[in-house]
Design a protein around this ligand. Sequence first.
Ligand code: SAH
Ligand code: SF4
Length: 376
Amino acid sequence: MTANLLDFDLDGLAVFCEQLGEKRFRATQLFRWIHQKGAQDFDQMSDLAKSLREKLKTCAQVLPLTPISRHDSADGTIKWLFDVGDGNAVETVFIPEDDRGTLCISSQAGCAVGCRFCSTGHQGFSRNLTTGEILSQLWFAEHTLRKQFNTTDRVISNVVMMGMGEPLQNYSALVPALRAMLDDHGYGLSRRRVTVSTSGVVPMMDRLGEDCPVALAVSLHAPTDGLRDNLVPLNRKYPLHELMDACRRYLAHAPRDFITFEYCMLDGVNDQPEHAQALIDLVRPQRGLAQGVSCKFNLIPFNPFPASGLTRSSAATVKAFAEQLSAAGIITTVRKTRGDDIDAACGQLAGDVKDRTDAASRMAKQRVIALKQVPS
Ligand code: SAH
Ligand code: SF4
């Protein structure tokens, strides 16, 4: 069988090279050619012995995902759609800013969590991406943009696992991909600039802290179990007190001394002053009660899509909510919407998913129930 070398972190590649009778430093050379120089052709890898190059040609390849389309937004944001086979496609978004270039990467074709406000969730779940499919989004974007900008310098400085899918439900493929991103012989990204975003898969948050601590964002979206059960169904399995405990445990390993809580602002659903107060009570230390969590809030104005039946909070409501949290001493930012003219904003990534979970009808039923009884 032909191995795809994009499936390996450096340790994995070293094991592969060892099976070919090659020393670890050969794996390091190979890894650098692939990830630092974007090489695909073994003949290009001039410092590898000719005999090794010939051997590699018989058993290995560097096989990135194939892009189906590319859309460029007026604000510089770029969205690619990649074919992942069997009628599935995933999206990747590059967001340029003055001081950084951020790539938003997908981890699954679809998502099984099924959050009500998320268009990926409404599409259901097809399958996990492999390590190579996760990593090749970075490989492709980095080397395509270097050519486009005519530079040999790094273009992507930050990665956020905030595309399609729940990264912590694809843990075994995620971790080697993260390791390759962090590796000095790979992309050399700082742990503080690689963010995993999760809807709250508690046991995997613990494992990530042990195996590969990077910056963590937790999609909170509600201050109470009643409301969160409804918006983020995973809350029924891992309720808020367990999630807050997991955040506290993660902080012992995290490269940053805070967790980022993401909070999607939904008109009339979770955006009222009592919700802000309940959030403050949830994360602030209180005498004799909860311990608090060191955190920042990132409020995301909801990006609407028709099937959700939800609307975006007004700018004034978002501002008032942010001020209420800030007044309680919680650092709060409001996420700027980028790339919405090309449907590349948060929650708009839909790719193409051959759903195997019947999500559309399941969520339509939920919507009817939810609209009848939205608890606060
Ligand atoms: N599954 C992971 C990562 C992907 S979603 C997670 O849920 O954290 C990335 C972020 O976009 C999450 O915070 C998610 O809640 C948010 N999001 C999803 N749908 C959205 C929408 N329609 N508008 C704004 N943000 C949305
Ligand atoms: Fe999945 Fe995240 Fe969307 Fe929820 S918000 S459905 S966890 S991708």
